[in-house]
Design a binder for this molecule. Structure first.
Ligand code: PMV
Length: 326
């Protein structure tokens, strides 16, 4: 195991992510496309801890246990067994070092990824922690190893995650993802630019996914049909992205958004932002992630991005960042 006497703390980061196509249907085996959003990042830094205290976690950007803002600081051994940070630390130590006494470490987590907005904040924090611990232990994990550990944490957040978040964040590449199949990196024929805008409305992925499941259980034929249509859009989008056809990608984003609205996961705020982006000249726009709130995406020409971002803010977006898919 590496010695912490030396100096530089072990630091690792992980990006946010956006689902470009196929959310929800991906839970039911249809393909989806996701991209890393590197403009927002989670970061984990390890430094020597209090001797005998084991691992302590400082999470300045996460809400306190009672839900109030202002950060959390706690010892791993005092946290509930299903605390997501405790789980990723224990899984990573076990995977990368085997059974060792709990090291005395301070794990400081910071993140610029908004929480509960469909940008993969939970998976990114877990990825950064796992990577930092791997570095500390002198281990160089493959993306798939990290992805599988983070998937375990995703189950705590989401219940029945498809695995797309942990995959795109661990691989840090555009991916074409089908649940249960190997990861396919998606080659991008021509770079394209997204504006990622926040409705300001927090949304629980678990709640939205659970609601879709209840409706699917009540009317499987209708929902399987919708998932098939979303899957078909994702397949066409894969080809359009590969050949660098922004016009087609934008049109397919519009189609995907309409199907998500029919699925019942859009909201007045999301529809307003999507409409504003299209009116400001975006190639296409859609909600991204679970829905009912969180973020939407607009596909834009680089020179249009500032005007689209301004239009989105005027339509109520609390934040709008630009991201390049390459
Ligand atoms: O809210 P997010 O971005 O974590 O997105 C969840 C994506 C879903 O397809 C709705 C669920 C899943 O597990 O893939």
């Amino acid at each position: 195991m590496a010695s912490m006497q030396a100096v530089t703390p072990f630091v690792a980061t992980a990006p946010g992510k956006a689902i470009l196509f196929g959310e929800h249907a991906v839970v039911y085996g249809r393909p989806a496309i996701a991209v890393p959003v590197t403009d927002v990042q989670a970061r984990a830094a390890l430094s020597p801890g209090v001797p005998g205290a084991g691992v302590s976690l400082v999470a300045a950007d996460l809400p306190a246990a009672d839900g109030s803002p202002g950060g959390r600081r706690y010892r791993l051994r005092d946290a509930p067994a299903d605390d997501p940070l405790r789980v990723i630390v224990e899984l990573a130590l076990d995977a990368f070092a085997g059974p060792i006494p709990e090291p005395d470490l301070l794990v400081t987590i910071t993140s610029t990824i908004p929480i509960a907005r469909g940008l993969g904040s939970g998976a990114a924090v877990a990825t950064a922690v796992a990577r930092a611990l791997a570095g500390y232990l002198g281990y160089s994990p493959q993306p798939e190893e990290i992805s599988q550990l983070v998937y375990e944490v995703e189950k705590l957040h989401h219940g029945t995650p498809s695995g797309i978040d942990n995959t795109v964040i661990a691989y840090e590449q555009p991916v074409y993802f089908v649940r249960g199949e190997g990861v396919k990196r998606l080659a991008v024929g021509a770079n394209f630019n997204l504006v990622v805008a926040d409705t300001g409305v927090a949304s629980s992925t678990r709640a939205v996914v659970g609601d879709v499941r209840r409706r699917w259980e009540a009317d499987r034929e209708r929902y399987e049909g919708l998932f098939d249509e979303i899957g078909a859009v994702a397949r066409l989008a894969k080809a359009a992205i590969q050949r660098g056809d922004r016009h087609a990608v934008g049109r397919l984003m519009d189609e995907n958004h309409d199907l998500l609205s029919t699925l019942g996961v859009s909201s007045a705020e999301l529809d307003r932002l999507v409409g504003a982006a299209r009116a400001a000249g975006a190639w296409g726009a859609k909600l991204s992630g679970a829905g009912w709130g969180g973020n939407m995406l607009a596909l834009v020409e680089p020179e249009q991005a500032p005007a689209v971002a301004t239009a989105l803010r005027a339509a109520g977006a609390t934040n709008a960042v630009m991201s390049r898919v390459a």
